[in-house]
Design a protein around this ligand. Structure first.
Ligand code: ATP
Length: 618
């Protein structure tokens, strides 16, 4: 028999490079980790087990009734008329045992009925557990640091989560729906054989089972590595495909469709080879299993036919034993798949749990309280030293203050660390030395949510959700009314553009907002930050994608939005920051000059040179 589950089975299991086998928890550990999710459905689990036992009892009774039926229809030797009286033989077999037939039908029906009931009762538990685990993983991923998200490979990671969730379903269905019922059935059948017939039947069945299980487990263990390999190649191919499609435009710019296809095909070829290996070894497993089953069946039938020939057993017994064997070996046929799928589900689950347990690099301190006094907060960087990697310091002993309600501008060459200031203020990373305070409180001492609630940013590169323009603007403040969304869009000078499109605010912006121009995207980002209306604002080259006319208009809006707010403005175009309270000139992660526009001009240093250059250009 071909195990349909084999080919159709999910393509799980890739050991994470970050999680070597030695660090994996044991299978029992994974099960223990899963139990709390099922515990809340314990009554359902209990009811499902009960239905399962009833279904199995009914199933095992079917061959017993079949035996009675056959025996009732077979005249015993003593009953058979002598002298070849055909009418008497016919008379002997006409008495149809209606009660047995009805019983047979009812038993068959109850087997299916209780199996369905078990499914019905239990699927709520399986789906519920899968849902809570998927949700928790999602929430945890959002709580992980920016570093994790910059390093992750989206394609592979989403595949891991998919497999983990599917792993819960397969684990439960394979173990609870297949292994446990089969064990119950084996026990019942062995019991019946032992009570009703000679011990040989028990020995043959038990020996066949031992050989069968031993063979299946060892061969499955051996061929698991081929499956694992196939899954690794599957993940790699998926990662490549996702990455390539995400970079669709770049691929076109460089005419690299052929290159991308070749790269993808290399992964597919590796996948094909390892899947072939997996398939060949599966055929070996199947053949071996069939051999064991065939030998056992022949041995049993030999004993049974001998029994019938010697008059110790009836024809009904023979039929019953045959029916038992067939009933028993059908589920056993799937043992290889079961064993492997269960092990695989456990590995997939373990991988997902590992993702869930991944430590947060930036975490709230136990008992951290929300930020207070953020109506008019001052922001201070005090002797901040920071590097994304230990080997490379980006900010060196940096100190400055953005006084409450004032605007401080940061200018300087590309890569000098300006945007890093914004990331640190948002607490995407923790500083290595020094501290950052908002309203006098170290941001590491208060909750991250309260820090982020009090800050609004218009980032350098805006990425939008693949949804409507309205959704993207309203994202700034949950529950904002349409009128508020429009007011923000007007202030960001994007309302007229939106109204001019056929679908207006319902226009879909496309994957990462790519259906909008750079300037339109930036204005949507400005609108949603204006809608958020936080006490601290960061404009990280907020108008860099706009033409000069639009930039001037929006600058006026931004200035009025920043009025009475604590604002950090990162800019390349110096003309946009001339009236800042203080301007910091950064280079190589250090503040090399600071002062007002006029002071810096008078100083005749780097700022004055940059100003002169930009004036000349414009
Ligand atoms: N996640 C990261 N991991 C490692 N290095 C990073 C990371 N992000 C930024 N850097 C490095 O930190 C330095 C400062 O980056 P930052 O984005 O703060 O520069 P910037 O002054 O804002 O530049 P620009 O004006 O071009 O936006 C850069 O050299 C950059 O390569």
């Amino acid at each position: 028999m071909r195990r349909s589950g084999e080919l159709a089975s999910p393509s799980p299991l890739t050991p994470a490079p970050s999680q070597p086998a030695s660090q994996r928890r044991s299978d029992w550990g994974t099960l223990r980790r899963l139990l709390p999710y099922l515990w809340q459905y314990r009554w359902r689990v209990f009811a499902a087990l009960l239905f399962m036992v009833v279904a199995k009892l009914a199933n095992v009774s079917v061959p017993l009734v079949l035996k009675e039926l056959v025996d009732a229809m077979t005249p015993s030797r003593g009953q058979l008329p002598t002298g070849g009286d055909a009418t008497a033989v016919a008379m002997a077999v006409v008495a149809v045992p209606v009660a047995l037939l009805v019983g047979y039908g009812l038993l068959r029906l109850s087997t299916s009925l209780f199996t369905e009931l078990r499914e019905l009762v239990f699927s709520k538990a399986t789906q519920g557990a899968a849902r809570s685990i998927a949700l928790q993983t999602f929430q945890h991923l959002h709580s992980l640091s920016l570093r994790f998200h910059l390093e992750r490979q989206t394609g592979g990671m989403t595949r891991d989560i998919e497999r983990g969730v599917r792993g819960i379903e397969s684990l439960i269905s394979y173990s609870l729906y297949s292994v446990v019922p089969t064990l119950i059935e084996v026990g019942l059948v062995l019991g019946i054989l032992a009570v009703k017939f000679d011990i040989w039947f028990v020995w043959i069945t038990a020996a066949a089972l031992v050989v069968y299980v031993g063979f299946t487990v060892s061969v499955t263990e051996w061929r698991t590595k081929f499956r694992r390999e196939a899954n690794e190649f599957d993940s790699a191919a998926h990662t490549k495909a996702v990455d390539s499609l995400l970079n669709y435009e770049t691929v076109k710019y460089f005419n690299n469709e052929g290159f991308e296809a070749r790269r993808y095909d290399q992964s597919l070829e590796l996948l094909r080879r390892s899947r072939l290996k997996s398939q060949t070894t599966l055929s070996m497993l199947n053949t071996g299993q069939q051999l064991v089953i065939a030998i056992a069946l022949v041995a049993m039938l030999w004993r049974a036919t001998q029994g019938v020939a010697e008059g110790r057993m009836t024809l009904g017994d023979l039929v019953m034993i045959n029916a038992f064997m067939i009933q028993l070996y059908i589920p056993l046929n799937f043992l290889g798949v079961l064993y492997r799928e269960i092990k695989q589900s456990l590995t997939d689950l373990d991988k997902m749990f590992t993702l869930m347990e991944r430590e947060r690099e930036v975490a709230d301190k136990p008992g951290a309280q929300p930020l207070t006094g953020q109506e008019h907060p001052a922001v201070r960087f005090e002797h901040v030293t920071f590097g994304y990697e230990p080997a490379r310091v980006i900010l060196h002993d940096l100190s400055f203050e953005v006084p409450a309600g004032k605007t401080v501008a940061v200018v300087g060459p590309s890569g000098s660390g300006k945007s890093t200031l914004a990331r640190l203020l948002f607490r995407f990373y923790d500083v290595q030395q020094g501290r950052i305070t908002i309203a006098g409180q170290d941001i590491r001492e208060v909750t991250q949510a309260s820090v982020r609630r009090s800050i609004g940013i218009v980032p350098q590169d805006t990425v939008l959700f693949n949804d409507t323009i309205e959704y993207n603007i309203a994202y700034g403040r949950a529950g904002a009314s349409r009128a508020e969304v429009e007011a923000a869009a007007r202030a960001a000078r994007i309302h007229d553009f939106i109204e001019s499109t056929p679908r207006g605010y319902q226009t879909m912006v496309g994957e990462r907002g790519l259906k909008l121009s750079g300037g339109e995207k930036q204005r949507v980002a400005i609108a949603r930050t204006l809608l958020k209306d936080p006490p601290i604002l960061i404009f990280d080259e907020a108008t860099s994608a706009l033409d000069s006319a639009n930039e001037r208009a929006i600058q006026a809006e931004l200035r009025s939005a920043a009025q009475n707010k604590t604002a950090l403005v990162i800019a390349h175009r110096l003309s946009t920051v001339v009236d800042a309270h203080e301007i910091l000139v950064m280079d190589g992660g250090r503040i090399i000059e600071r002062g007002t526009h006029l002071q810096l001009l008078a100083r005749g240093g780097r700022y004055a040179a940059m100003w002169a250059l930009q004036q000349k250009e414009s």
